[in-house]
Ligand binder design. Structure first.
Ligand SMILES: [Zn+2]
Ligand SMILES: [Zn+2]
Length: 276
């Protein structure tokens, strides 16, 4: 963890105006907090749910609050020079947006008007926070130098390939021979933007041949055949490009509080289910 050296790169010199803007997000978060408190009271006062489910749903509301506040804490530390906390701030905010979708799906379980009103308030308050955060993210995100030369495929070694986001260059997909979380033996490990899974090592040569040719559509077909119906989660078939979680604008969807799927919408507006 290194303190960012302002003299090395003027791009990250953060003016007082921006610092103030970051500080002022506090007001929007405060408004969100009030609404979340109202939702907690609402959930506590309903008799329709058993206590265990109720506790789970209330803890989702707290987690939404925690992730939004953490995104803000990280952003404040960026303004103190820790530019590497920018990605952490974004990740907290993405988590918060997933939890927002979860809480909304839970509130929708109640068919009463009060629940509908809470959903509307929650949505608009979070959107406000989201947009002030992103105003600042966009100012702080360093432009990728030579953005024209982001590679389609990066060969790390004979047994490891990385696929960078076509917009920001961040690694979105890794395919390598190694050990997945629960693997007892070496496997072909796929790590995408929504999940990691292990495939039989015997498939590695077939995949690496396709990767060598930088044939992303071929990799997608391969994943459709061996990994899952949705294929490669970070890939937009219509653009023939890779996107990271942020640039695929990935959104988790819930049904009555249960994970349903993840949808991606690329910058060109192509939308598809990327995880089920
Ligand atoms: Zn990206
Ligand atoms: Zn697309």
């Amino acid at each position: 963890m290194g303190l960012f050296n302002l003299s090395e790169n003027d791009k990250f010199k953060i003016g007082n105006h921006l610092k103030e803007k970051i500080w002022n997000i506090r007001d929007d978060i405060h408004e969100l907090e009030n609404i979340l408190e109202g939702i907690t009271h609402f959930l506590l006062s309903r008799k329709k749910l058993d206590d265990v489910t109720k506790d789970l749903w209330i803890s989702d509301v707290s987690a939404l609050s925690y992730n939004t506040i953490s995104a803000w804490e990280m952003l404040k530390s960026v303004s103190d020079g820790y530019i590497e906390h920018l990605d952490k701030s974004k990740n907290y905010l993405f988590n918060a947006r997933s939890l927002l979708a979860k809480s909304i799906s839970q509130l929708a379980y109640y068919k009463e008007e009060l629940a509908q009103n809470l959903i509307e308030e929650l949505k608009s308050s979070f959107e406000k926070c989201w947009s002030v955060f992103f105003d600042i993210f966009n100012i702080l995100t360093p432009e990728k130098k030579n953005s024209g030369v982001i590679k389609r495929v990066i060969k790390v070694s004979d047994s490891e390939y990385h696929l960078p986001c076509s917009i920001c260059g961040k690694i979105a997909v890794e395919c390598k021979i190694g050990y997945g979380h629960f693997d007892k033996q070496e496997s072909l490990v796929y790590s995408g933007i929504t999940h990691s899974r292990s495939l039989s090592k015997s498939l590695a040569n077939k995949l690496f041949k396709i990767l060598k040719k930088e044939d992303l559509s071929g990799v997608h077909s391969f994943m459709k055949e061996y990994l899952c119906f949705e294929g490669m989660d970070a890939y937009c078939p219509e653009c023939d490009k890779i996107y990271c979680w942020e640039h695929y604008n990935a959104r988790v969807e819930y049904d009555d509080g249960f994970y349903d799927c993840t949808m991606g919408e690329c910058p060109a507006g192509h939308r598809r289910m990327i995880d089920d």
